[in-house]
Design a protein around this ligand. Structure first.
Ligand SMILES: Nc1nc2c(ncn2[C@@H]2O[C@H](COP(=O)(O)OP(=O)(O)O)[C@@H](O)[C@H]2O)c(=O)[nH]1
Ligand SMILES: [Mg+2]
Ligand SMILES: [Zn+2]
Length: 284
């Protein structure tokens, strides 16, 4: 990997070339080439600060499960997830789960949020992992893809995965049990083949998907609706904060952009790095 010092040369999701060798009655595969990765998700190694750990590679689609309450998912968390997905070049889809539990006001709030994110270009689906509502739509998006499911603890990831593939039931609970008991904080990911030509990468303990270092000047590029406008800012390196003749701030004033998105942008820009890390890589 160019420019990346990784503690693990091969990650879940890697495409490799290998040879098979037989010694006595033992057969082993020897990897001699890792194909270039479309993308990869990293975390900082706990001990070696300069090193990174590749959690997974070649992820096609990352779903974020969102609930309004029980537990609450704040827009800042959603936006950080989306920024990370953009930076990693992974397609992100928002799943508003537990729609069976919401009252009319809450359903309106979901509609508002879904409209906000659809406008930017993100696919949004209201689902119920419990009743099965729109689970078929999720499955349709997963076909032929390597998928990840993220979201706070309790949003319904396991329930959804079980609804998608009931035979995984035992496995997922076993994995999380193992992790609760494990002494090591090391996270390892596993890939599961589903019956309908899709794969799930399970990354226990990761609410979002890893961390990504973003330069201040780059950050606006990962808010697609800002990126679209920014060429019209007076300064081509405009950070959309104090600069005069900033198209992003004009658009906000005219309610053409969402303030919640700008708030998230400022938070990340102002470098609540620690907070960011805890958010995106908190232990469940
Ligand atoms: N009513 C309702 N409850 C749900 C839904 N999805 C998950 N739950 C419940 O939410 C709780 C947490 O779900 P779980 O799948 O363990 O969440 P995880 O921590 O993200 O894996 C469980 O009690 C589930 O039964 C849903 O769509 N509707
Ligand atoms: Mg779970
Ligand atoms: Zn600007």
């Amino acid at each position: 990997m160019e420019g990346i010092k990784s503690t693990n040369p091969v990650a879940v999701g890697d495409h490799v070339q290998f040879e098979v060798e037989t010694k006595g009655d033992e057969t082993i595969g020897i990897i001699n080439k890792i194909e270039p990765r479309d993308n990869y998700i990293i975390r900082k190694s706990v001990n070696l600060s300069k090193q990174t750990h590749i959690i997974a590679a070649n992820v096609d689609i990352a779903f974020l499960l969102i609930t309004l309450n029980n537990p609450p998912t704040f827009t800042t968390f959603i936006d950080r997830f989306l920024v990370t997905a953009e930076a990693y070049h992974i397609k992100a889809v928002l799943l508003f789960n537990k729609v069976d539990t919401y009252n009319d006001d809450e359903l309106l709030e979901i509609k508002y949020l879904a409209a906000l994110y659809r406008e930017i270009g993100y696919e949004c689906i209201g689902i119920s992992a419990e009743t099965g509502k729109n689970v078929e739509k999720v499955k349709a998006l997963m076909e032929e893809k390597v998928c990840m499911f993220s979201g706070h603890s309790g949003v319904g990831k396991s329930t959804l995965v079980n609804a998608i593939e009931p035979s995984l039931n035992l496995k997922t609970s076993e994995i999380s049990e193992q992790h609760k008991q494990g002494q090591h904080t090391t996270t390892f990911a596993e890939m599961f083949d589903l019956s309908f030509d899709a794969k799930i990468i399970d990354t226990p303990g990761i609410k979002g998907f890893g961390v990504v270092e973003i330069e201040k000047e780059e950050l606006g590029n990962y808010f697609p609706e800002f990126f679209e406008l920014k060429e019209h800012c007076k300064f081509n390196n405009c950070l959309h904060v104090e600069e005069p003749q900033c198209v992003i701030k004009d658009a906000l004033e005219h309610d053409e952009l969402a303030w919640s998105r700008y708030k998230s942008y400022l938070q990340i820009l102002e470098g609540e790095e620690e907070h960011f890390r805890k958010d995106m890589y908190g232990k469940e």
